[in-house]
Design a protein around this ligand. Structure first.
Ligand code: PLP
Length: 390
């Protein structure tokens, strides 16, 4: 495979390393904790050799090479979960006394990590609306090391201008970290837009089948090496070779899955907009150039499968709606083949105090849907009958 290949070719071929022993085409699962270092002792344990799977393993290397190629980064490091990847970036690149900026709308556990764990480590975090450049610029301090956000954000799906925020951060010597879980490198490449580090919950669309947890960081060689040492070797949130295999296999079909997720989501968003029981629908495909910001339309090449909408009648109506779904599953995850619905206020974002949720639009009536790969007519029928119960 050449570096000029198209993205769908890269999804399949990048990082693939047929077995040198027997030519097996599918990535072998190196289900081993250790590797023989016979003969390496006299040469001073040559670098680049596999020693122990907490630090590196050939199945994980294949996934890391694939993700570095897809995101256009120098290197990638895999972790046992998305939170493992996110916390790895923070604990490696920040130290006590440092400052960082984060958006106010974040996945619930990231919110908790930055509000509570970071404070205990002596890291000071300013929470701003990163869609507002002035807020970002005003929050930067002498000791600001990182600016962190998700776009589209979980769960409100607001869009942050990666190029604009990364320019403000880099001018002041801070690195920009983007959680690219919702769009994946198929539809958005933050590093090409000026970000320094991309993080993923590989549990979601990359794996795509809801059967493995995983996380990935893509960055420069320098940052990846530091992250591998501090967060894998010394902290140890390693991905299992079997889960790496599942995620690698999932990425092979990412292109066709994301196309179908997006097509179904666009249709469902239009359907939801026509429903009287619904106050507001949020989907990146609805007016991506919001607030006259044409960068937003340009930074994504597709809009993905996540939709959020507000039912009239607050949490009572939202719970009734969810309880009446028959085909769609009520669960916290996303990016699976099946359609999953949830109530962020009561589920994924329940750690946020109510006033903060209200201030950023995570209202009592807000429902988040990960639109699956089923026939869209069946998804719509199920949602319509659940809305009819309101
Ligand atoms: C945007 C986003 N980032 C990170 C995570 C954390 O990933 P994981 O559950 O794999 O730890 C999630 C989980 O839902 C997520 O939605």
């Amino acid at each position: 495979m050449t570096y000029e290949s198209g993205i769908n070719t890269k999804l399949i071929h990048a990082g693939q390393r047929p077995s040198p022993d027997n030519g097996a085409l599918a990535q072998p699962i190196y289900q081993t904790s250790s590797f023989s270092v016979d003969g390496l002792l006299r040469s001073g344990m040559k670098r680049g050799k596999y020693v122990y799977s907490r630090v590196s393993n050939p199945t994980l290397t294949s996934l890391e090479l694939k993700m570095a190629t897809l995101e256009g980064g120098d290197a990638a490091v895999s972790f046992g979960s998305g939170m493992g990847a996110i916390s790895a970036v923070l604990v490696t690149l920040l130290e006590s006394g440092d400052h960082m900026i984060a958006d106010r709308v974040l996945y619930g556990s990231t919110y908790e990590l930055l509000h509570n764990v970071a404070a205990r480590l002596g890291i000071n975090v300013s929470f701003v609306d990163t869609t507002n450049s002035k807020e970002v610029a005003n929050a930067i301090q002498e000791n600001t090391k990182l600016v962190y956000f998700e776009t589209p954000a979980n769960p409100t799906l607001k869009l942050v201008d990666i190029r604009r925020v990364a320019a403000i951060a880099s001018e002041r010597g801070a690195k920009t970290v983007v959680d690219n879980t919702f769009l994946t490198p198929l539809y958005q490449k933050p590093l090409e837009l000026g970000a320094d580090i991309v993080v993923h919950s590989a549990t979601k669309y990359l794996n795509g089948h809801g059967d493995a947890l995983g996380g990935i960081v893509v960055s420069s060689y320098e940052d990846a090496t530091a992250i591998r040492r501090a967060a894998l070797r010394d902290i140890g949130a390693a991905l299992s070779p079997f889960n790496a295999f599942l995620i690698l296999r999932g990425i092979h079909t990412l292109g066709v899955r994301m196309e179908r997720h997006s097509k179904n989501a666009a249709e469902l968003a239009a359907f939801l907009q026509s429903q009287r029981a619904i106050e507001r629908v949020r989907y990146p495909g609805i007016d991506p150039g919001m607030q006259g910001n044409s960068n937003l339309a340009k930074q994504m090449s597709g809009f993905g499968g996540m939709i959020a909408f507000e039912v009239r009648g607050g949490s009572e109506a939202a719970i009734t709606f969810l309880n009446n779904l028959k085909l769609c599953t009520v669960a916290v995850s996303l990016g699976d083949t099946a359609t999953i619905a949830e109530h962020p206020g009561l589920m994924t974002h329940s750690v946020m105090p109510r006033a903060e949720r209200d201030a950023v639009g995570i209202t009592d009536g807000l429902i988040r849907i990960s639109v699956g790969l089923e026939d869209i007519a069946d998804i719509e029928k199920d949602i319509a009958q659940a809305l009819d119960t309101l």
